[in-house]
Design a protein around this ligand. Structure first.
Ligand SMILES: Cc1cc2nc3c(=O)[nH]c(=O)nc-3n(C[C@H](O)[C@H](O)[C@H](O)COP(=O)(O)O)c2cc1C
Length: 436
């Protein structure tokens, strides 16, 4: 996928792409419908979910003319005999990545999970004709990633991290594609800057920093104080390389203030985009004085039921499996991952009485659409048989158990007391955090 202009240098392309407000990489969530919806609402660019190098390498590229997408289907050899037979008998092949070039062209960063330079570069080569940049995940603390030498394991192996970046740059730069890495804070500002400098020397054209360390619990607020220092020093050292900030940015005012005072080029939004994807809506130029914000109080935020309906339109359009759709809707509705002082279990009120339990009770895409009053989408579904195979493990218990396990007020109070939020400039009072 050619970027804004193939005449531009890689540096210029990176400076155009990595700027503004982006949908962050989120496994299972940052798939085609959420990326497309984020872009339609106003996101400047979007990341795919993390895709592991080997999965990309083993996938098969397919131009899906019926859907207008480019698909990367998973390798059939990885499936059981029974599943292979079902697939060969007409089941849709299991999908790894689906790209809609009409919407995503010029705005798509593909995130790869890798700890091996050769595999990372092979995976990047596999997908490069359909995306605008390659990002390497250096922040995921999950056992699966770390035990495979990927994600945050790279934070404690700078040599390997740089070798991965160098190998990907070696194959992407001749194709005109920028390369970036998403990291977490290291133990202090100096070591974070030292790590980032290594990545830039290895060829990285942009970086993103999540304001938490590898073992930080995400229910505690991100460490903006350290993030702020890192961005300031980075910009002094590398004024022409974009740096994105990430972690708990729930209002445009907060990001604007961060950008003004540090020089940060952009922000990645993960949970805020799950909370309400319309957070990407931008004010019209004419009302920029009256509604500069996004976040819980923003006049720009759409009602959450409308956001769910918009998401469902995209999910049906891109043939998403109903289990993956349930997963994303339950993430929208449960707030289970939100840092407590920012989103103390926001009330989720939907006019037709939809709840997480009712979504969990749906066992088909048409049941989900009916629950959200979208009977016309059910007709669309009947006309097509495009639903993907289920690519991810999904259990209702992820959400139902959580509903029963919400922390008590004692836990919430403790997190609030320990929170460094008080040190932050311009944070909204908690009582203002109502659902839009
Ligand atoms: C459901 C979910 C999946 C995630 N998957 C990824 C991923 O694939 N790659 C990655 O680098 N970070 C991943 N993250 C981390 C986010 O990109 C982000 O760094 C983190 O949530 C903090 O940002 P936030 O405060 O805007 O949510 C994931 C986060 C969530 C909530």
């Amino acid at each position: 996928m050619a970027g804004p202009s193939s005449e531009l240098s890689i540096k210029e392309k990176a400076n155009l792409l990595y700027r503004g407000e982006a949908l962050a990489p989120m496994v299972r969530a940052s798939t085609t419908p959420l990326r497309v919806l984020a872009l339609k609402y106003g996101a400047d660019f979007v990341y795919t979910e993390e895709i592991v190098d080997r999965s990309l390498i083993e996938s098969t590229r397919f131009v899906n003319e019926e859907m207008g997408t480019v698909d990367y289907n998973k390798d059939l050899a990885k499936f059981s005999e029974k599943k292979r037979k079902q697939i060969l008998n007409g089941d849709v092949p299991p999908l790894l990545l689906r790209i809609d070039p009409k919407v995503e062209r010029g705005k798509l960063v593909c995130q790869i999970g890798s700890g091996e330079p050769e595999l990372a570069s092979e995976a990047a080569l596999k997908v490069c004709q359909d995306v605008d940049a390659i990002d390497i995940n250096m922040g995921c603390p999950k056992k699966f990633s770390v035990s495979g030498g990927m994600g945050s394991a790279l934070l404690s192996d700078k040599k390997r991290a740089c070798a991965v970046v160098r190998a990907v740059c070696d194959v992407m730069h001749p194709k005109g594609l920028p390369v970036s890495a998403k990291i977490r804070l290291l133990s202090d500002v100096d070591s974070t800057i030292d790590f980032l400098s290594g990545l830039i020397e290895a060829g990285a054209n942009a970086v993103a920093v999540h304001g938490r360390q590898r073992h930080d619990n995400p229910i505690y607020p991100a460490d903006w104080e350290s993030l702020r220092k890192v961005v300031i020093v980075f910009k002094q050292k590398f004024p022409n390389i974009p740096i994105l900030v990430n972690g708990d940015f729930y209002t445009r005012d907060e990001f604007d203030e961060f950008r003004r005072t540090t020089g940060a080029d952009g922000v990645l939004l993960a949970r805020p985009a799950l909370y309400n994807t319309s957070i990407f809506r931008k004010p019209e130029k004419t009302d920029s004085q009256t509604t500069p914000d996004f976040g819980y109080q923003s006049k720009l935020l759409l009602d959450k039921a409308k956001v769910v309906q918009d998401y469902l339109h995209e999910a049906v359009r891109y043939g998403v499996h109903y289990k993956n759709t349930k997963y994303v809707l339950c993430e929208f509705m449960s707030n289970r991952r939100m840092p407590i002082p920012r989103t103390p279990y926001l009330p989720q009120i939907y006019s037709a009485g939809q709840t997480v339990a009712k979504v969990c009770n749906c066992h088909s895409m048409d049941a989900i659409c009916k629950l959200w009053g979208l009977d016309e989408l059910v007709a669309d579904l009947c006309r097509s048989s495009k639903e993907q195979s289920d690519p991810h493990k999904y259990l209702d218990s992820y959400f139902l158990n959580h509903e029963n396990e919400k922390p008590g007020s004692d836990v919430i109070d403790k997190v609030k007391q320990e929170s460094p939020l008080a040190k932050r400039p311009k944070v909204e009072a908690e009582s203002e955090m109502t659902v839009a």
